[in-house]
Ligand binder design. Structure first.
Ligand code: FES
Length: 162
């Protein structure tokens, strides 16, 4: 089937098998290997991307379902050489160890902050419960998301504009 998708600001038209998942399309056709596959069964959240502005587990979405949509991956977040404030907060708060879950965590955290710009610790933990990390114990991830929320708050400076 023919699909047209806008991924990280670039328009792509491709023929895909109807059974191809979005994560396989992103990685194998577009070379967007920043989006990773942990379980391939919608359990771990490593493959999280934004589809029309909302987070989805791209292993559980077919590429044909993204036809006509905007997809943002971890590779589409930085602007003019500047990391997105959530990326920066993960860096600043040492919110990763092996880093495998990090792309999905960041994409999910951005969606969480769009819905709740000032989440308390429980809200962050609840918002990220579909994203598994096996290294950090989540403490610094929660800290990073709350740090990003403060830096993205209106009037907090340049980061607030992203
Ligand atoms: Fe998609 Fe685990 S790879 S949720």
């Amino acid at each position: 089937m023919r699909i047209t998708v806008n991924v990280d600001g670039t328009r792509y038209t491709d023929e895909v098998e109807p059974r191809m998942s979005l994560v396989h399309y992103l990685r194998e056709r577009l070379g967007k290997t920043g989006t990773v596959i942990g379980c391939d069964t919608s359990n771990c959240g490593a493959c999280t991307v934004h589809l029309d502005g909302h987070s989805v587990k791209s292993c559980s979405v077919l590429a044909v379902q993204a036809d006509g949509c905007e997809v943002t991956t971890i590779e589409g977040l930085a602007r003019d050489g500047q990391m997105h404030p959530v990326q920066q907060a993960f860096h600043d708060n040492h919110a990763l160890q092996c880093g495998f879950c990090t792309p999905g965590m960041i994409m999910q955290a951005i969606d969480l902050l769009a819905d709740d710009p000032d989440p308390d610790e429980n809200a962050v933990r609840h918002g990220l419960e579909g994203n598994l990390c096996r290294c950090t114990g989540y403490q610094n991830i929660v800290r990073a998301v709350r740090d990003a929320a403060q830096k993205m708050a209106p009037g907090a400076g340049p980061a607030a504009e992203q």
